[in-house]
Design a protein around this ligand. Structure first.
Ligand SMILES: Cc1cc2nc3c(=O)[nH]c(=O)nc-3n(C[C@H](O)[C@H](O)[C@H](O)COP(=O)(O)OP(=O)(O)OC[C@H]3O[C@@H](n4cnc5c(N)ncnc54)[C@H](O)[C@@H]3O)c2cc1C
Length: 368
């Protein structure tokens, strides 16, 4: 049998994770990336659901390589707007149950590691303008490529997705959730080893540890004004003030209600291209990695590749819909009037609070 081939459009977290998984199954994989070089960004958290998918569908070497650039997060504290700390949760049960807890990682280090693990060169500067359901892909310079399977992993503004939409369907994105993010040396002002959430009157702020004594922070708010940390506790103001400009990043996040059948013919979608969700539960990239794990698993045992793509979409739909709803639900909770929210969170039994904050991070049964 000749080698199976895949074209992956986009070298974000999802596309690269899938590339590494498929090359390990001896697929001939072409990754096409519009940008001229590896894209930047600041940091994210990745959780056991994503890392277990990588381990089971990609293998121990890929999993171990990722862990090398990650900083484990063993606990979380929540602070209210009307008083100081209102709650905390212990995340060590994730480590005990799944062998891994939540991890903080810079996007640069995550992407560099995934590129090194992809098992194929990334074709930077390759702008895809069209993907057809027979597996044909057209680039902006007129080049035409063909593969058994085409995966649109080209993010929230996906060109591949647009080509699959029924004529006239609206694909606009509106009202992004905006935040400023930064990465800075710890500097002694924040010594906690877990992650902190400050629920304020006008949004949320988070602080998370990274490797090499660095800290990632985000502060909700308009990206049209540079961040000052005003209105946030001293520790946040200090981190914001000390962050060099080149390590500040304006974040914009959109979501879109997932649709059930997001592929056609030899084409499917993965990650934000299929189902962008709000970052309020830290799961967008994790969902992209989990998609990759499920898709690689369905393709591994398929005689009929097109049928395997449809099975993948069917299997993923309920999961990504749940995460989409939970991310919106978390935004609603964050947006409650401060006294109500602080009382509710502060009064919640710890087991319930732990469940609320971690239920999205638990691996799928097939990856446990
Ligand atoms: C502020 C913020 C914080 C977040 N925090 C977290 C978090 O803590 N944990 C988490 O799991 N998720 C988080 N997310 C979500 C996460 O960043 C995304 O869900 C994730 O990056 C999606 O990965 P992807 O591979 O699907 O798409 P992307 O990362 O968007 O990658 C798509 C790639 O496709 C390329 N591309 C686009 N069009 C074309 C084309 N036509 N031809 C070729 N290439 C193309 C792009 O250049 C890009 O490299 C956060 C998001 C934001 C905005």
């Amino acid at each position: 049998m000749s080698r199976r081939s895949a074209i992956i459009v986009g070298s974000g977290v999802g596309g690269l994770t899938l590339a590494g998984m498929l090359t390990r199954q001896d697929w001939d994989v072409t990754v096409l990336e519009r940008s001229a070089e590896r894209r930047d960004g600041l940091a994210i958290t990745i959780w056991p659901n994503a890392l277990r998918a990588v381990r089971l569908s990609g293998g121990d070497d890929m999993y171990e390589a990722l862990l090398k650039v990650c900083q484990p997060i063993g606990s979380a504290r929540m602070f209210g707007a009307t008083k100081g700390q209102i709650a905390s949760i212990d995340l060590r049960f994730l480590q005990d149950t799944y062998g891994v807890t939540g991890q903080g990682v810079t996007r640069a280090e995550l992407l560099d590691t995934l590129i090194a693990q992809a098992g194929t060169d990334i074709r930077f500067g390759a702008d895809v303008i069209r993907a057809d359901t027979d597996g044909t892909v057209t680039l902006a310079d007129g080049e035409v490529l063909r593969a058994d399977v085409v995966v649109g992993a080209d993010g929230v503004g996906s060109t591949v997705r647009r080509g699959l939409l029924p004529p006239g369907q609206d694909d606009r994105r509106e009202n992004p959730l905006e935040s400023w993010q930064g990465v800075v040396d710890r500097g002694g002002s924040w010594t906690y080893e877990g992650t902190d959430f400050h629920f304020g009157r006008k949004g949320t702020c988070g602080i998370m540890p990274l490797t090499r004594d660095r800290v990632y922070w985000f502060v909700d708010g308009s990206i049209n004004e540079p961040p000052t940390g005003d209105g946030w506790p001293e520790v946040v103001r200090d981190l914001v003030a000390r962050t060099p400009n080149k390590q500040l990043f304006p974040g914009q996040a959109w979501d879109r209600r997932p649709v059930r059948n997001w592929g056609r013919g030899r084409v499917t979608l993965l990650g934000d291209a299929a189902h962008p969700i709000l970052p309020t539960i830290g799961q967008g990239a994790c969902m992209a990695m989990e998609d990759a794990g499920v898709l690689a698993a369905r393709l591994a045992r398929a005689d009929d590749l097109v049928a395997a793509l449809r099975t993948y979409e069917d299997d993923r739909y309920p999961r990504v819909l749940k995460h989409f709803e939970r991310a919106r639900g978390m935004l609603r909770m964050r947006s409650l009037p401060a006294p109500v929210r602080d009382r509710m969170m502060g009064g919640m039994p710890r087991a319930l609070l732990t469940r609320l904050f971690t239920r999205s991070t638990l691996p799928l049964p097939e990856f446990r």
